[in-house]
Design a protein around this ligand. Structure first.
Ligand code: ATP
Length: 362
């Protein structure tokens, strides 16, 4: 295993001139030895490009990749000692499940008994023990992909195992089980795992650290908790959470601040700039029966029963500057009715403040 460091940028164009010419804009980041990471972001943000730069399938147009301080930029995936699992199963249909799992170990010349033990352990972890002697060709897509996962995890000496949307072909109910299984396997095997996905639940349940990506930038790396509680970039606030964070325009006004055209108390902490954006998650907007120094006057527009919670949409501001604010209420709460006038507490310990896009350090 290795600590992986990237100091690079990548463009698929020969002569990149502007930011949009880059699949990955200049970045410096590292993956710790033995960590479980997810690369999360919408389609086209550069996840697969980053994975392929780590594996060596792709060479960066600028900069370097190092493993444990050694420059491996010019090395192939084999020379970097990387295992990779793709979206679709890559297995040998004519071999049995056991032979498929043993293949990467046989290639490295491991003794037969050691191979048997390791294959047995990996098969047990992935619940493939009962199928070891079956021919892979006869198995369902789910089981074939489990074999691919197993082949990725079977070697103990890899620098890292890279997964590119590996659960795409898996049935939804099994997906949930496998995600948890992978987390467990990581805890047991202590391999460095890097997992690409566009699904926030998949990323946040699997990874210790999630790298959120947008338009060729790694905008924030953090635990599920950090990404939820303190999004450092507005994109993270919107992309993580369901629904995402509310954003309201604000400015300093006299002794306090004005948000969505209404006066509020000055929040504690360092001074805010002249203009800013207030961010508050739907979970932290509080419904109040009366005015308060941190509350906005609003009118309820929508009330949706989502099963495990109520999703309320309420408008703040007037005329052309009206904005919909979302809040979540527990399933047991009595929801307000559409048309009802309410007060929404938006200032509190979980409220964030942003400049153009980045969180203001306070
Ligand atoms: N081989 C290639 N040649 C040219 N452009 C490419 C190539 N591969 C990717 N790109 C472009 O680079 C950008 C990043 O693509 P990448 O596949 O890394 O994104 P992604 O986040 O993995 O997306 P997805 O989830 O759809 O796979 C996109 O604009 C894409 O069109």
């Amino acid at each position: 295993m290795a600590r992986i460091e990237l100091r690079l940028a990548h463009s698929y164009k020969a002569d990149p001139r502007q930011d949009s010419d880059y699949a990955l804009l200049p970045l410096a980041m590292s993956f710790d030895d033995g960590g479980a990471y997810a690369l999360l972001g919408p389609s086209g943000c550069g996840k697969t490009t980053m994975l392929n730069l780590i594996s060596g399938l792709l060479r960066p147009s600028q900069g370097t990749v190092s493993f444990d301080g050694r420059d491996v930029t010019a090395l192939s995936p084999q020379a970097r000692n990387i295992a990779q699992v793709f979206q679709f199963p890559v297995i040998y249909d004519t071999m049995t499940v056991a032979e498929n799992l043993a293949f990467p170990l046989k290639n490295r010349g491991l003794p037969a008994e050691r191979i048997r033990q390791r294959v047995g352990r990996i098969a047990e972890m992935l619940e493939l023990s009962g199928q070891l002697q079956q021919r892979a060709a006869n198995l369902a897509a789910d089981a074939k992909q489990k074999i691919s996962l197993g082949r990725g995890l079977v070697r103990e000496d890899v620098s890292a195992v890279l997964f590119d949307e590996p659960l795409t072909v898996i049935d939804p109910h099994l997906k949930w089980q496998l995600r948890r299984k992978l987390k467990q396997i990581h805890q047991e095997l202590k391999l460095t795992l890097i997992y690409v996905t566009h699904d926030q639940v998949e990323a946040l349940t699997f990874a210790e650290q999630t790298v959120v990506m947008s338009q060729g930038r790694a905008v924030q790396t953090g635990s599920a908790d950090a990404l939820f509680e303190r999004p450092q970039h507005r994109f993270v606030g919107l992309f993580i959470g369901s629904p995402g964070m509310n954003f309201l325009p604000g400015r300093r006004a006299g002794e306090g601040i004005e948000v969505a055209g209404q006066g509020l108390a000055l929040p504690p902490g360092p001074a805010l700039p002249e203009r800013f954006t207030l961010g508050v998650r739907p979970e932290y907007v509080e419904l109040r029966g009366e005015a308060g120094p941190g509350a906005l006057r609003a009118t309820v527009r929508r009330v949706q029963d989502i099963g495990t919670f109520w999703l309320i949409g309420a408008s703040v501001g007037e005329g052309g500057s009206e904005q919909l604010l979302k809040l979540r209420l527990p399933a047991g709460a009595r929801p307000p009715a559409p048309g009802e006038a309410v007060w929404l507490q938006v200032l509190g310990p979980h409220t964030c403040f942003y400049g153009e896009n980045e969180e203001l350090l306070r």
